[in-house]
Design a protein. Structure first.
Length: 211
């Protein structure tokens, strides 16, 4: 809930950052499948900027927060909407539903993470478009907020929220299905691509590296 259009879509009124946890086994890499759970018909897309922490951070100030960043990447926060209630964790932690990549771009190549265009494409059609300048809470603010209560370690990833235009709030709704291709493009970083496949074995886990 970190872009105004998205907040308006979901009638979000809470001012504090909306946080949830994603576990490592929910991630998959560039050009690797995102696995749509067989139990849902509401597999939604959310293109996001990923911030990768480079050194231990605890209770850091907003002014110094970017010095703790190793780099940036694209993220596809695949969301199982009919398992996402007033808390988000159950809708965000299905195996292989979070696309991550195509690589890490170091901070020397990204002067300002709040000046990046972000677009999401479903089967080549643009479904989300915004700029990180329109984040309600900037990258430094998010790092300062999270590190105030939880130590951050090198390799930790903060995904920073999705623009408006998600499938759940479209009329009619627009969800991802097997055979689709979902892509997230962020200026200065690149274009993350993931095909969508149907999960036919709930116990199967794919061995892929996120980046």
């Amino acid at each position: 809930m970190n872009y105004l259009e998205k907040r308006n879509e979901f009638n979000e009124t809470i001012n504090a950052p909306t946080l949830f946890i994603r576990f490592a086994d929910t991630l998959t890499g560039h050009d690797c499948p995102l696995v749509k759970p067989s139990s849902t018909n509401e597999f939604d897309y959310e293109g996001e900027l990923a911030v990768i922490i480079g050194k231990p951070a605890m209770n850091v100030s907003k002014e110094n927060a970017l010095s703790y960043v190793a780099g940036y990447s694209c993220f596809m926060d695949g969301s199982v909407r009919d398992m996402q209630y007033s808390w988000f964790t159950s809708g965000k932690n299905w195996l292989n539903t979070g696309g991550f990549g195509p690589w890490l771009v170091t901070t020397d190549e990204i002067e300002d993470p709040q000046q990046l265009s972000i677009h999401t494409y479903l089967n080549g059609q643009q479904v989300q478009s915004d700029n990180t300048a329109n984040m309600v809470r900037s990258v430094p603010e998010l790092i300062a907020y999270i590190s105030a209560f939880s130590p951050l370690s090198p390799g930790d990833v903060i995904i920073t929220g999705s623009p408006g235009g998600v499938g759940k709030k479209r009329n009619p709704p627009l969800f991802m299905k097997s055979g689709d291709l979902i892509e997230v493009e962020i200026s200065g970083i690149g274009r993350l691509s993931n095909p969508i496949v149907q999960n036919r074995n709930t116990s199967a886990q794919m061995n892929v590296s996120p980046v």
